[in-house]
Design a protein around this ligand. Sequence first.
Ligand code: AHR
Length: 662
Amino acid sequence: MKKRYLTSIILLYFFISPSVKAQTAKLTLDLSKAGVNVSPKLYGLMTEEINYSYDGGLYAELIRNRVFKDNPKEPEHWKIIEKTGGKGSIKLDNTQPLNNELPVSLKLNVESSNGTVGIANEGYWGIPVKPQTTYKASFYAKVSDEASGSLTVSIESNDGSVSYASSQVNISKGGWKKYDVTLNTASKIQPTASARFIISTQKTGTYWFNLVSLFPPTYHNTPNGNRTDLMQLMADMKPSFLRFPGGNYLEGDLFATRFPWKNTLGGLEKRAGHPSPWGYRSSDGMGLLEFLDWCEDLKMEPLLAVYAGYTLRGDHLEAGPFLKPFVDEALEEIEYVTGDVNTKWGARRAADGHPKPFKLTYIEVGNEDGFDRSGSYNGRFTQFYDAIKAKYPTLQIISTIGGKDDLGQRFKIETRRPELFDEHYYRTAWEMEEDAAHYDNYDRSSPKIFVGEWATREGFPTTNMNAALGDAAWMTGMERNSDHVVMSCYAPLFVNVNPGGMQWKSDLIGYNALNSFGSPSYYAQKMFSSYLGDKVVSVSGENIPTQTRNPTKKDSTAGRMPKPIPSLFYVATKDSKTGSLFVKVVNASGKAQTLTLDIKSAGKIAADGKLIVLKSDKPEDTNTIDEPKKIVPVTQKIKGLSKTFTRVFDPYSISILQLQTK
Ligand code: AHR
């Protein structure tokens, strides 16, 4: 019996064990093979006014409907306040324009001076109140003769029982005047967004208001600036460029509602605002110069998209004389960004407060012009291309069609060869993982690729861990091929998570008035861009585990079972200056995966290294405004590394191993 037992063990060792060993997944990294360069611009940001990204988001203005244009019928987001017997009324008034751009004012009629009467603004889902904070309020006012004296400007709780900050301002009779007020909160208050902004009086009379504004401290204390928490979240991603002003927001529903860059310059009293295609008005407080300042603050290069004569509702202009004004407008816009102070638009930029020209390398002509079924893009692109190249020969020009993205290759650019194609991918996690090798055999003779919008759309308002796994799988492919895929940016970047804040599901960063958080997709991107070498390392995989999806209706009608696809994705890059090696491994399956790493021609590998892991128990796990840090990367030191070692990669995990070569 004993002998038979021993024989079986021996048999098992010789026959079964090798086949078990053979099934262990293995990555072989070969540092002797010259890898392609990693594009220094691989990871950037894409932005537009959608999901209350600027108004009610990054742009730190707290007053909603500050110029009373949101609704022509009533002063939306404003209310009359009547306290202790005061009586009054409010309405929109077109008879007292501040100027041509801001023709509508809010008229407050105070009928009884027995108590306090005022106007209250509810903000973007509340006015955020934080302890020991200085807020800067300003407004234009015009008053009737009897109404002079002082106004009280305050931030108070929604029920009026608590005043968080208050200040008096003397007002004078006559025409429109601007008033500036500072409001300071005390140190012992609990942060809250259940608060409103009030301008009130105890004197009867008529008062008109326009451009009512309230700013908390902004990033770098820039006037008319951005929310500090959101800027910090972006800074942590180390983005190399910003694609702006959109997307659909660039195009607009109509010619008249395209991004009106000229009307977004200068003082706020000159900004009329415009309807965004996402169903609400844009204040244009985030104007062309603010986009550029944002780039400067985060050390990103601007990637400017210029309007190219096609609207979302399908109107277009054929190439020729009617398109010329739009081409000229684009040239002027480029001059505003890059021209020195002796040029017309460079001088305008200097007058707006930024004499130094901005560095600009990339211009995108339009957005998703594959949707223009008329086929006019080829001609439009050619006209823009020729005019831009004639004046700015070194600018690299991006075409919005021509690549092979999810919009399909609808048109070929026949007459001019762009430097880059902008490809867009919005997909499920499965689709991202299935196509993670998309660029491995991509035709290198094509123009370079800019993946100008992409996202795994699972989970909302922000994405979940399954989306992050799809994203990470997709990023391994872009990174491995970043000799050709030279730039990429996820979209959309932001969402205000309040009810009514979201127009597009599955976004990267969420917030309300008080707080913000990154989705698992955010952390995946932050990891990928933070741990990046300058050379791609050759990696070959053996016994890579697979996953099989449940058959869909489509699969079964075709009489096919879906094909298994990999469940483990990987890429490696090396920093040629420091010798650091970054190995990224994505385990999209619910099983832990054992992986042997064999590093050839590395010289020596230091025994100590670093491991950064983002993971969750369930793929649908996510971060929320109430649980913002449920899924965040965890960094640990690891020991015992060498040229060959084995590690177990957790289920549903994205891991980066940082190793030191010598
Ligand atoms: O990112 C949301 C929208 O998706 C963009 O505005 C548009 O370019 C794309 O269709």
